[in-house]
Design a binder for this molecule. Structure first.
Ligand code: SAH
Length: 262
């Protein structure tokens, strides 16, 4: 908090998933200039003190036994620090506008007359499958992908539309609703043989990919004790998976933690 009379501002920064290596140059520059950083649990924050050397660091992320700061309190904090003259950085996991409530934070700043900008980030929806060597599109295999929130089960009409659409389905926040997703898509006609991959903790040293098919994935995921954060990929592109894309950006992988089924 600084700068008597100076006009503060807020910058939403997409931090990418799992590692600060996926932060953009613009994001790194904004962190360098920040007086205050509010960061999430899923945002890469291990080296934040180095990336934002002049900033007060505020953890607003949810974690077990740690009372989360509510969304409206986060918005109030952003606005209050900016009105006091600070350059406020709001570091979020992945991209701020993909299931990140970035739009709400931008709206709160605008309502308060605080200048706000958004630096996009590498979204886990596309990059975490890539960490497991899965391309979401592939000529002759998939010409579209749909990114879905698994926070709550979908409606029957939504399962039907997804099952009928073809292409690749990517589910974020989908571990808890995995049974609903698997049964819903099969009920609406998707083959139980459709391949599925679950990529946990992408780009972290504990990244793990579990392979199954739609008919077995509930059982396989339970056996492997799959947990959040994880990205689910459903579609023929899963057959193209290969090792190595996470290592390419310097992540050490736990090769032993690899489950395969089917
Ligand atoms: N804005 C974020 C998504 C926020 S929703 C983005 O663009 O990536 C949170 C969900 O993102 C998690 O439940 C999980 O599905 C996914 N996720 C984020 N980081 C991840 C990671 N490192 N590995 C696997 N999944 C991740």
């Amino acid at each position: 908090m600084t700068g008597a009379g100076r006009r503060g501002s807020v910058t939403l920064i997409g931090g990418g998933p799992g590692t600060e290596e996926l932060l953009t140059l613009a994001g790194a520059a904004a962190l360098r200039d920040a007086d205050v950083v509010l960061f999430d649990r899923l945002a890469p924050h291990a080296t934040l003190a180095t990336l934002a050397p002049n900033a007060e660091l505020i953890d607003v992320g949810k974690r077990p036994h740690h009372h989360p700061v509510s969304q409206s309190d986060i918005e109030d904090l952003l606005v209050a620090h900016a009105l006091a003259g600070a350059n406020v950085a709001r570091l979020k996991g992945g991209d701020p506008y993909v299931f990140g409530r970035g739009g709400e934070e931008v709206a709160a700043c605008r309502r308060a007359g605080v200048p706000v900008r958004v630096i996009p980030g590498v979204t886990s929806a596309i990059s975490v499958p890539a960490a497991a060597g899965i391309p979401l599109t592939h000529r002759g295999v998939s010409k579209l992908f749909t990114v879905v929130s698994g926070h709550e089960p979908l409606t029957e009409v939504e399962y039907r539309s997804l099952a009928g659409l073809g292409g690749t389905i990517v589910v974020l926040m989908g571990v808890g609703t995995l049974p609903a997703t698997s049964y819903g898509l099969q009920r609406e006609g998707m083959s139980p043989r459709m391949p599925v991959a679950i990529v946990e903790r992408g780009y972290s040293p504990r990244q793990r990919t579990t392979f199954a098919d739609l008919g077995t994935v509930v059982e396989v995921a339970a056996q492997a004790a799959v947990s959040s954060p994880a990205v689910l990929v459903i579609g023929e592109v899963v057959r193209l998976a290969h090792e190595g894309d996470a290592e390419a950006i310097g992540v050490v992988r736990d090769g032993a933690a690899h489950a395969a089924a089917g």
